[in-house]
Design a protein around this ligand. Sequence first.
Ligand SMILES: [Zn+2]
Length: 511
Amino acid sequence: MNQLKAAGSNEHSIRGNRDPMNMPGIESCPLKRTLLFCFLLLSFLLPGLQSAAQVASQTRLGTGRRLKPRVTRNPDIDRIVQEIDARNIERIIRKLVSFGTRNTLSTQDDPNHGIGAARDWLYSEFLKAAESSNGRMTVEKQAYEQQKAARVPTPTMITNVVATLKGTQPESENRIYVVSGHYDSMCSSPTDGKCDAPGANDDASGTAAVLEMARVMAKYKFDATIVFMAVAGEEQSLLGSTYFAEQAKQKGSNVDAMFTNDIVGNTLGGNGVRDRRTVRVFSEGVPTNETPEEANVRRSVGGENDSASRQLARFIKETGERYVPHMKVMMVYRRDRYGRGGDHIPFLERGFAAVRFTEPNEDFRHQHQNVRVENGIKFGDLPEFVDYPYVANVARVNAANLAMLALAPARPSNVTILTGRLSNDTDLKWDANQEPDLAGYEILWRDTTAAVWTNSRVVGNVTSYTMKGLSKDNAFFGVRSIDKQGNRSPVSFPRPLGRPAPAARPAQPTP
Ligand SMILES: [Zn+2]
């Protein structure tokens, strides 16, 4: 009954917004009592309308399909998720810890101790993973000499271990998805190459997730290319990932998305909260490399919540929670935690979409700390504090997303929203995709205050579409591509085309 009352009270705003896309019937009921009856009837007729809020939202946003009820599953992705094994994750983390330290400044030529031993072991493990790929996965050590820098007292070799699983569709093989963890570690001092630095959580956990994904995914075929990477020099200021991202930029590589997994192994926070079901995904709203012209457009249309990285985070939430339903993806609307950084940042700086995966509640007694006991409290990043099944679940969320990204067509390019004429319709245009298995496109929209896309409409294999009677001023719109198997790309957010954004004016003195 409360629901009905609430529905009745929303009726005003519904009627106030005369929208031809509205559900029929609401405005044809003249009397209040009849209105109540109409709402009752509607809630029977339209499945999924369970709350007044949903009634209001559905009506205001038109009659596209609500996103939630649609569940298309790709059986290969289900298999990949199932094959990820927490026992392998534990074995990898314990092996990495056994090298004593993996500080970037530690010894590089001892076969059993230091970062060099960890590098060589990871290289051999990625090679093993590549055996099932039928030659599609290649493994390399990407190395360079880092000159003296803030956290690098003498010139030091930085080596990334990079396994590339080549895409099998000619139109997509140059589109690249990168997943990384950093295999270097530190104790309390980032420049102490001798102290014990187990780095079980930071970041053997992320490295293990990446290696386990490589093992499982190597035997599957994807349209686009996936790069599984363990980088060094993260604690020295993101050196390894900066090198990879800069090389990618200079080669003009099409890195469509990058995930870093860093500190993804602890489920008991220093705040006493135990949470084994959540992973945080940090994404920036305003692009790090935005130009002043792009900033002006963004301010004029309200695009600060719709960067490519934010669309990637929404994609991860939708896909991750579909394929790993016992995990919740908690989107965090910032680039990284306060005072912290990660390997996604060098990618963002170069214009690549990138996000960071991290556990929900951190325990800072077990990060960047000398191993010791103080007042009965154990400090240090030790394997006993890692929740191995949880790391496996984070790897599953990653793997489902990488698989979907690499199976789906590219996100539509050059998407524009036509603003040449003032209209209550929304005209969208985009370039045609090149993939032979493309089925078509889907328009998505949401309230400007909604966190995730709420409505969608499949519009077929066209390169323009008009949402009749649905005003671009009242909602955010996006377009994604779909292939014949139902795999969907991330959403492309349109830029306005036609009526130019007003130039920023200097502030006027108040009279
Ligand atoms: Zn880290």
